[in-house]
Design a protein around this ligand. Structure first.
Ligand code: SF4
Ligand code: SF4
Length: 381
């Protein structure tokens, strides 16, 4: 794995980057333009009666159950300064940055993170204002409130949680890995922030709140940005959820990495080909923004966020097809590590992509939940 001085996206910067307004994310616009997130869940309930494989009452219940902890933690802890539970008296006197970095990474893994990295906080990745969706779930502010992370928060710790491989294969059926992934990210970010608060330092845990997680993860050496608009990690590809903690604890940043994703995505485009919402781009990168949900100033493959979200509403659950079909989405075993060695070096890329398709990776796999009859009756009120 090659470390680099600058994140690989910097080669594609064409103009002045500006902080993004959280009110313009697909989720926030969806909240304003008709409460689409609720509509998606309502559609999931409507789907129950059809008993279609992957969208039964058991699938629905698993999906919603996966999110339980996330909803609770978001409402109480995320997007806010962590408060020490017991120790308000003492502070670690001589925190050595190298030793603390090692300790923080150990604690992050102990809490449950599958990968962890540290980056110098780039203020450009902090949202300029709170958006409607994050406000609705965190209740940490009002929509439109400005966001300022004080300058003493110099560092962001980014944690990665793997999403289960076989569940993602079932998308666009209900795959609860996204939701349990958010729950894990909420858990790990808030727990790590509490650890730092008890040491006497400032820490703000967040998942989707406060800033754009993907470039922070890239800065922290955890992967690169892909054509599908997601973080592509070396070990799990885009099959991950991200949590983060902003802190004033002195830490040593990791170096960003180049695992060959930029050149690979230039040749691949499988995510765009199979996207049911036509939300992803084939062809060359552009620095043109399609609409308010994109930013300009960097050549990339901007996602048409509302097209994506509209498909989720129609589908009655979120969609992970652009994760499922990505050749980087593999189980982290010996065979795939060998192929990954080629992909990372951009050797035989066309062959790797072709073989991936030929061997049926990325195909939808339907695992009927046949342990239980999923027929339903109306609840007496
Ligand atoms: S989540 Fe589905 S609809 Fe959205 S961009 Fe990915 S493949 Fe397309
Ligand atoms: S599917 Fe292909 S183009 Fe899309 S993110 Fe994955 S590697 Fe890149």
């Amino acid at each position: 794995m090659k470390t680099v001085n600058e994140p690989t996206y910097t080669a594609h910067i064409t103009g002045q980057l500006k902080r993004f307004d959280d009110r313009n994310t697909g989720f926030s616009r969806g909240a304003v333009e008709g409460d689409k997130y609720t509509l998606m869940h309502d559609k999931s309930v409507l789907n129950i009666e059809k008993q279609a494989t992957g969208k039964t009452i058991l699938d629905h219940a698993t999906w919603v159950a996966g999110r339980t902890v996330d909803y609770l933690v978001r409402r109480n802890l995320l997007g806010r300064v962590a408060v020490p539970v017991y120790n308000r008296k003492y502070k670690l006197k001589h925190p050595d940055a190298a030793a603390m970095t090692k300790t923080i990474k150990e604690k992050a893994r102990w809490i449950g993170a599958d990968m962890v990295g540290v980056a110098k906080l780039n203020p450009l990745w902090i949202y300029s204002h709170w958006g409607n969706h994050n406000v609705a779930y965190s209740r940490a502010a009002e929509a439109g409130d400005p966001i300022e992370i004080p300058s003493e928060y110099k560092t962001v710790i980014v944690m990665i949680h793997e999403m289960g491989y076989s569940a993602i294969q079932q998308s666009p059926g209900v795959e609860p890995e996204t939701d349990i992934g958010y729950a894990k990210a909420s858990w790990s970010a808030s727990s790590l922030a509490t650890f730092m608060a008890e040491l006497g330092f400032r820490a703000i845990p967040a998942v989707n709140e406060l800033g754009i997680s993907i470039p922070m993860a890239v800065d922290a050496g955890l992967g690169e940005m892909g054509r599908n608009g997601q973080l592509i990690t070396r070990d799990y590809g885009p099959r991950v959820r991200i949590g983060k903690v902003f802190t004033d604890l002195p830490l040593i940043p990791d170096s960003p990495i180049d695992i060959g994703v930029q050149k690979f995505c230039e040749k691949c485009a499988l995510c765009a080909k199979y996207c049911p919402g036509r939300a992803l781009m084939t062809g060359e990168r552009t620095d043109r923004a399609w609409d308010a949900s994109n930013s300009s100033g960097m050549l990339k493959w901007p996602v048409k966020a509302m097209k994506c979200f509209d498909f989720w509403v129609k589908n009655g659950t979120h969609c992970s097809i652009c994760i499922r079909v990505c050749p980087w989405n593999k189980q982290n075993n010996v065979l795939h590590k060998m192929v990954r060695a080629l992909a990372e070096r951009n050797v035989l890329t066309n062959l790797v992509i072709h073989a991936d398709q030929l061997l049926g990776y990325g195909k939808k796999v339907v695992e009927a939940n046949n342990q239980q009859d999923s027929s339903v009756t109306i609840i007496d009120s």
